[in-house]
Ligand binder design. Structure first.
Ligand SMILES: Cc1ncc(COP(=O)(O)O)c(C=O)c1O
Length: 498
């Protein structure tokens, strides 16, 4: 029997014939969303009224809605209405799209911690305590673009203790993640007349874009397993392969940093290759900065996570007036918090604070107070310890699975952080592997090329295809399934190649 249900502007034609009423209802709703007959955002009838209208049990409709919410066709908020999702899962995907564009069930792309493990109740408790004890001026307009003094004090204690940073509270500028932090630094540098920022050839593409967007010229530094390669020809010379990894020695005429005003490095854990900046290269960078007045920017995005070796202390401690140390809560807690911090040389504090004031005045006082309380109560340390244990287990599981199933795949960069580099056999096409993982295994992957230099930049780096695996990304319950799918993808890739 064909029923028409019309209300709130919705006109639903649903056939409730047949014994499998729920499956039929699900199928028809799915098809209606897929075809666009039910538009994104459309409010659906309540389960009670649709059930009454169709003459079926209410639970049948509740179950059907629940299933379609789980599949991503519908969205429901607790105590609120059910709507058609912003975009239908399949409508999003075109054959040319890979897992990066389509919401896939399993996700091993890098860049995120396990956000399902965000310590909600502990964060809420910290927020409650922080708000209960906050002075009245915390609710007013903040006079200081650098941030709340409570957070400055908490961060100064934590960074000195846990990362060896040389820091006093008045040198900290709180920002909306490192993404904003780099923008503030670029603004301040431009204000001083700087023109050129050296950036590692492999890195987060957004960071390169931010610097360019602020009018800085980009100098690309080659990278290998020992971090950025600093010696070699300067700006005018043709690029050439770097020295032996970790080779020490001076930079001659400032090497590849010659003519740069600042250099952005990931010394504790190169992103995405995963190496630690070799001691000789650290020395070179610091010598360059102190000799020329150049500025080093130390992106310590995942410094809390190290597994097999002594922690690598912050480079900033060796030359605090020449290095900006940058940290973020995006890996230790969640990127959605948008909380980061810069520890700035004294001579730059006012300029960075002025840039912050011009950008968005200051970061949310409430979030800052909560983070301050979270740190001082010890919850931050406990969270990092818990996460470190969980990610270490995941890393060990991933490495063991690779050894067992695809031993020819080389894994590197796993001593620290939340991602690993998996080198694929030469000749395997990264994009094909990623597309196959999405289409056949419902698994989202990222290739190394996405993090590489623009094609026009002749900067040597790894010239083999590779995957950058973010093993912290999936929720705990999906992790082993994601790794099993990855093994299937890698086994296919080997066969395809052979
Ligand atoms: C290399 C690198 N730096 C910094 C960040 C953190 O950026 P934000 O603090 O803006 O979230 C990330 C996050 O993905 C990253 O991969």
């Amino acid at each position: 029997m064909l029923e028409t249900w019309a209300s709130s502007g919705v006109d639903l034609h649903l056939d409730r014939a047949g014994p499998r009423v729920r499956a039929s209802l699900e199928g028809q709703l799915r098809e209606a969303v897929r075809s666009g007959r039910l538009a994104p955002g459309l409010r659906l009838p309540s389960s009670r009224s649709l059930a009454a209208d169709l003459g079926v049990a209410r639970n049948t409709v509740v179950d059907a809605y629940g299933q379609l919410v789980a599949e991503g066709w519908l969205v429901a908020r607790q105590g609120s209405v059910t709507r058609v999702a912003g975009r239908a899962p399949e409508a999003e995907a075109t054959p040319a799209q890979t897992g990066a564009a389509r919401r896939l069930r399993y996700d091993l792309r890098p860049g995120s911690p396990d956000v399902a493990a965000f310590p909600r109740s502990r964060w809420l408790a910290a927020a409650r305590r922080a708000l209960n004890s906050a002075p009245a001026d915390a609710f007013g307009d903040a006079p200081d673009a650098r941030g709340r003094p409570e957070l400055h004090r908490a961060l100064a204690g934590y960074l000195g203790r846990a990362r060896g940073v040389r820091v006093s509270p008045d040198r900290i500028v709180v920002c909306s993640g490192f993404t904003q932090g780099l923008g503030l630094i670029c603004q301040a540098l431009r204000g001083r007349g700087a023109t050129t920022l050296a950036i590692e050839a492999y890195g987060l593409p957004d960071l390169r874009g931010i610097a360019a967007g602020h009018g800085l010229r980009i100098r690309t530094l080659p990278v290998d397993q020992a971090g950025a390669v600093l010696d070699g020809p300067g700006a005018a010379g043709a690029p050439e392969p770097g020295p032996e990894p970790g080779a020490a020695g001076g930079l001659g005429a400032a090497g590849r940093l010659g003519g740069a005003d600042a250099a952005l490095l990931t010394p504790a854990h190169q992103f995405p290759l995963g190496g630690v900046l070799a001691p000789g290269r650290r020395t070179q960078a610091l010598e360059w900065a102190t000799r020329t007045g150049g500025l080093l920017i130390e992106d310590d995005y995942d410094g809390e996570f190290r597994y097999d070796r002594q922690p690598v202390g912050a480079m900033q401690a060796l030359a605090p007036e020449h290095v900006i140390y940058a940290g973020t809560a995006s890996k230790s807690l969640a990127p959605g918090l948008r909380l980061g911090w810069l520890v700035v040389p004294t001579h730059l504090v006012d300029e960075i604070a002025a840039a912050k004031a011009l950008t968005d005045r200051y970061s949310s006082s409430f979030d800052q107070l909560t983070l301050a309380e979270f740190i001082t109560s010890g919850a931050y340390d406990r969270q990092v310890r818990r996460a470190r244990l969980a990610y270490r287990r995941r890393r060990d599981h991933l490495v063991a699975a690779i050894r067992q199933h695809v031993p020819q795949v080389r894994v590197t960069g796993v001593a620290a952080g939340l991602h690993a580099l998996l080198e694929l056999p030469a000749g395997v096409d990264e994009d094909e592997v990623i597309a196959r993982a999405a289409a056949r295994h419902d698994l989202a992957l990222d290739g190394l090329r996405r993090y590489g230099p623009p094609p026009s930049t002749a900067a040597p780096g790894p010239n083999r295809p590779a995957l950058v695996i973010g093993y912290a990304t999936p929720p705990e319950h999906a992790f082993t399934g994601a790794v099993a799918r990855l093994m299937a993808v890698l086994t296919d890739a080997r066969r395809g190649q052979g």
